[in-house]
Ligand binder design. Sequence first.
Ligand code: SF4
Length: 306
Amino acid sequence: MNVGLLAVDSQYPNLALMKLSTWHKLQGDTVEWYNPLCRYDKVYMAKVFNFTPDYGYYVHADEVERGGTGYDLKKTLPRQIDCIRPDYSIYPQIDSRTAYGFLTRGCPNRCRWCIVPKKEGRLKPYMDVDEIAVDGRDNLILMDNNILASDYGLSQIEKIVRRKLRVDFNQGLDARLVTDDVARLLARVKWIKRIRFGCDTPGQIADCERATTLIDRYGYKGEYFFYCILLDDFRESFNRVNHWRAKGRRFLPHAQPYRDPDNPHQVVPQWQKDLAGWADKKWIFRTCEFRDFEPRKGFKCNEYFM
Ligand code: SF4
């Protein structure tokens, strides 16, 4: 059987496609990235976002299977495929020491802008870190949505410390859950570049401040990165993102325009694009006030404050 893999809207390593690749290779099938000039027995199409265009051409295959949040929130891999080791060879850009995975799935919260509770349900254990850090892969990109919200997650972080693994929880941690004990634990982790937190509401500024102060007290000297969702209130969003500017180089906000999962045709307001364009280009963010930022000829962001 020859199998084609088609990543419709993202070049970011796709765990499901990597696992499908391993599974098919174990069956003796050939697996490659989809080539429109070839014909396949089966093609897997993965789409991450609901607001990106679908693949616009005929797919040359006897069978096509679609998956990913962009197609179907609820679809998951069969258990026998989901627990398999990913085939990292399909992404040559992933170095031999890096692994991707989840230790937990789900989240106990229900933030109104977030699809995780709908997609993954309540927080539950998913894998052990020893199943992810295999074959000398000791740099882990972990995509858990709320690892600190479960005792299982905390015990996995303790194991990460014991194993001396380097990690990036790239979906962010919940600062509200950083107690003194958790801060001490997080300060012992070997982080890849930075610790990330969600800073999605005005109240979470104080939570992030408190958490970062505690972690620093236990000796952490690296960067902090704050995911800031941009909702409907310009002033509130601006104040939340701009808060981190005065804190210096270790504190980096990342502005994320809200995307309505039920409305793929939603238009992102221009102020959100401009705020993200300012905050996410660090050299501009560091050197220029948002009021003075000129994203287009003849337009200064000062106008948003009038
Ligand atoms: S934004 Fe974070 S805390 Fe809120 S529901 Fe989503 S994953 Fe959970």
